[in-house]
Design a protein around this ligand. Structure first.
Ligand SMILES: [Fe+2]
Length: 369
């Protein structure tokens, strides 16, 4: 499988796995051939990328540490919670606690797996999917904080609800294109407004409310709403900040351009180096989240070309790569190996959007022979 940007170029390709609608029903089944009509349906629904079947990497299936049904359940729970909050200003935590427990259970059974971010998301569902992603990432990066289960639960609930203040200005949140400075100032109030809403709720821990309050604060004092610094920012909010930045830049919806995971990882690290994000937590993100998800096509420093078919055990930047072409770009008989970013000749030179046309032709011929 490989992930491709949603454009006319995918017409005629087969879908690598099913795409579901918000109720979990199959919208397009795995294996269907994409037609111009399907492409426009997906575009109308706000999808930016599609998973394509790839005969050169049929086994490249992105694994997720959280089961699809758990994500589905979590997305539905946060959607319902926000709807309720809009309706009568109340937030009932029971379902959310249940959801966080399921996420924690899934994370606990696959502790060694670097998990993959999926670039597939519908803009219409953006806020819900983003909330679930931030929850999963925050619980993952929080590992060095050595929290107890009930603390993790409160952190998870806070992360799920970190953007709840946005319900007060949904037209701005859903606006396409860049925001004016005035509109940005309004959106920034979602931190304080979310905190004010959450701290009044029975059953929601005050620290969960603080995650919403402080997730845009930065260690160097450059954040908002109160320009807090260093230890003035609660560690849980620091974890939510790392999670939020990473997920936001992998789905840059303002310009409709999602940044691939490895570039997003580099950007998050840059913000840690600049003293804005907690380095220890960012390191954990890099360790536990795959920079090169399965199906990513890579050009190596050696000149070889390969496709990611799995993840190494030592961190998210060491994928298992099936080498398909040698340094002269000629097809090679399959050799699979783990790239180690410390070895200069196997360092990733760049990520390719597709196989080079000549290689694709040659490999295609070999497959048909
Ligand atoms: Fe936010």
């Amino acid at each position: 499988m490989r992930i491709a940007p949603l454009s006319e170029r995918v017409v005629g390709e087969r879908l690598g796995h099913a795409i579901h609608d918000r109720r979990g029903r199959v919208l397009l089944a795995a294996g269907v051939t994409l037609t111009p009509r399907y492409v426009s349906v997906l575009r109308r629904r706000g999808y930016l990328s599609v998973p394509l079947f790839d005969p050169l990497a049929p086994d490249a299936v992105p694994l997720d540490v959280v089961r699809a049904e758990v994500r589905q359940h979590a997305t539905a729970a946060i959607r319902e919670t926000l709807r309720q909050a809009v309706a009568d200003g109340s937030v009932a935590p029971e379902t959310l606690v249940q959801v966080v427990d399921q996420i924690l259970d899934d994370l606990a059974v696959s502790p060694d797996l670097a998990y993959n971010v999926s670039c597939l998301r519908s803009l219409r569902e953006y806020l819900f999917v983003h909330s679930v992603n931030v929850c999963v990432y925050a619980l993952t990066v929080a590992e060095p904080l050595a929290l107890e289960r009930d603390q993790l639960r409160d952190l998870g609930v806070g992360a799920l609800l970190h953007d709840i203040g946005k319900i007060y200005y949904l037209e701005l949140v859903n606006k396409r294109g860049p925001l004016t400075p005035e509109e940005q100032a309004v959106i920034r109030r979602h931190t304080t407004d979310g905190y004010e809403l959450l701290r009044r709720q029975a059953g929601i821990d005050l620290l969960s409310a603080h995650v919403a309050y402080q997730h845009h604060e930065r260690l160097d004092g450059s954040g908002y709403p109160r320009a807090r610094r260093g230890a003035q920012i609660h560690p849980w909010a620091q974890a939510a900040a790392v999670a939020d930045v990473y997920d936001t830049i992998t789905a840059d919806r303002t310009y409709g351009k999602a940044i691939p995971p490895h570039e997003a990882m580099a950007e998050v690290w840059r913000q840690a180096e600049a003293g804005q994000l907690n380095r220890q937590l960012v390191r954990q993100l890099m360790l536990r989240v795959a920079a090169y998800p399965e199906g990513t096509i890579l050009a190596l420093e050696s000149g070889e070309i390969g496709v990611v078919v799995g993840q190494g055990r030592q961190g998210g930047d060491r994928p298992r790569v099936r080498v398909l072409a040698d340094a002269r770009r000629e097809p090679v008989a399959g050799g699979e190996r783990i790239i180690d970013a410390r070895e200069p000749e196997t360092t990733v030179r760049r990520v390719l959007a597709d196989y080079p046309a000549r290689l694709r032709r040659q490999l295609g011929d070999a497959l048909l022979a």
